[in-house]
Design a protein around this ligand. Structure first.
Ligand code: ATP
Length: 300
C-alpha cells in the first residue's frame, strides 16, 4: 500500500478531578474529555526500518527517535501482530507540544490507525483501544474523539452525548509544562494545605452531573459555569504568568477560562464566532480558535 494519512484531534478536559496518589504513582481521575478541532496529521509510508520526521508548530521540541509516542505506537502494534515496524511516520503538528492538549497522545493514536492501514492488519477496534491504553492515559480518547468520561488513570472511557457545538480559543504559552511535574505540584499543594495527597485518604472522584447535562444540552453558559480543573492551581503555581493569561481572556469577552489539562495552554469558551475572533486578537503571541466536539482519529 502507498502512504496513508490520519488526522487526530487535540483535547481539552472540561472536568479534571484528581483523586489521591495511588501506590503505583498514578492518580485516580474523573475527567471529561472533549475533542477539539485542532489537528495533527500522521502519515505512514513504506520504508525499510522505522523513521520519524516532523514539521509544523513547535517541531524543534518533538523527539525524532524511539521515544516519540508515534514511534512507540508503531513498535507496539508491530510487536502485537508479529510484523516488522517498517514505516516512515511523518507528523505534521498543529497541536502545541507539552501544552496539556494531548498532542503526543494524538500522534500515538494516529500512528496506530495509519500503520494498521499501511500494513493491512485489520486490527479490531478493541485491540487498538487496548494498545492505546498501554501507550498512555490520554491515548484511547484521541482514538475515539467526541466527548467521554475518563476514569481510572483516564483511560477507561464512557462516551458522552454532546447536544451542540462549543467554540473555544486556545492561548498557547512559550515553553511547555511537564505533566508529571504538575501532578507533583498538585500533591505538594495538598500537603502544604494540611491535607493528604494519598488515594487511601481521599474519596474517589466522579463525574459532575451539571457538566454532563451542560454538554448534553449543548449549552455554553451552563458549560462555562461547570468547568473545573483540579490541576489548575498547580499549573499556575509553577507558571504564575498563567493567572494573567486567564484574566486577560475573561476581560476580552470569554464566558469562562481554564487551564487545559496540565497546561500551560489556556482554554477560553467563547459565546459567538465574533467573540472568538476578538478573543484570539487579545493574544498576539498565539491563540487558536477551534470548535468542539471533533471526531477521533480519522483515516483521510
Ligand atoms: P497531555 O495533555 O497528554 O499531558 P501534553 O499535550 O501536555 O500531554 P505532549 O505534547 O504530548 O504533552 O508532549 C509531552 C512530551 O512528550 C514532549 O515534551 C515531548 O518530549 C514528548 N513527545 C513524545 N512524542 C511526541 C509527539 N509525537 N509530539 C509531541 N511531543 C512528543
Amino acid at each position: 500500500m502507498s502512504a496513508v494519512t490520519v488526522r487526530v484531534p487535540a483535547k481539552v478536559n472540561v472536568q479534571l478531578s484528581v483523586g489521591g496518589r495511588r501506590p503505583d504513582g498514578f492518580h485516580d481521575l474523573a475527567t471529561v474529555f472533549l475533542a477539539v478541532g485542532l489537528y495533527d496529521h500522521v502519515t505512514a509510508a513504506p520504508a525499510d526500518g522505522l523513521r520519524i520526521t516532523a514539521a509544523g508548530r513547535d517541531v524543534a521540541r518533538v523527539p525524532l527517535d524511539a521515544t516519540n509516542l508515534a514511534a512507540r505506537a508503531a513498535v507496539a502494534l508491530a510487536k502485537r501482530y508479529g510484523v516488522e515496524p517498517d514505516v516512515h511516520l511523518h507528523i505534521d503538528k498543529d497541536i502545541p507540544v507539552a501544552g496539556g492538549m494531548a498532542g503526543g497522545s494524538a500522534d500515538a493514536a494516529g500512528a496506530l490507525v495509519a500503520c494498521d492501514a499501511l500494513w493491512g492488519l485489520g486490527a479490531p477496534r478493541e485491540e487498538l483501544l487496548a494498545l492505546c491504553a498501554e501507550l498512555g492515559s490520554d491515548v484511547p480518547f484521541s482514538l475515539v474523539g467526541g466527548a467521554a468520561l475518563g476514569t481510572g488513570r483516564g483511560e477507561i472511557l464512557t462516551p458522552l452525548e454532546v447536544g451542540g457545538e462549543f467554540r473555544w480559543v486556545f492561548a498557547v504559552a512559550e515553553g511547555g509544562l511537564s505533566t508529571p511535574d504538575v501532578y507533583r505540584e498538585c500533591d505538594r499543594l495538598r500537603r502544604a494545605g494540611g491535607g493528604s495527597d494519598l488515594a487511601a485518604d481521599l474519596a474517589a472522584p466522579g463525574a459532575d452531573p451539571a457538566l454532563v447535562a451542560a454538554l448534553r444540552e449543548g449549552s455554553a453558559p451552563a458549560l462555562s459555569a461547570a468547568l473545573s480543573n483540579d490541576l489548575q492551581a498547580a499549573s499556575v503555581s509553577l507558571r504564575p504568568a498563567l493567572a494573567g493569561t486567564l484574566a486577560a481572556g475573561l476581560a476580552a469577552g470569554a464566558l469562562a477560562a481554564l487551564v487545559s489539562g496540565s497546561g500551560p495552554t489556556c482554554a477560553f469558551l467563547a459565546p459567538s464566532e465574533a467573540a472568538a475572533t476578538a478573543l484570539a486578537a487579545a493574544f498576539p503571541a498565539g491563540a487558536y480558535p477551534a470548535l468542539s466536539p471533533a471526531p477521533g482519529a480519522t483515516l483521510l
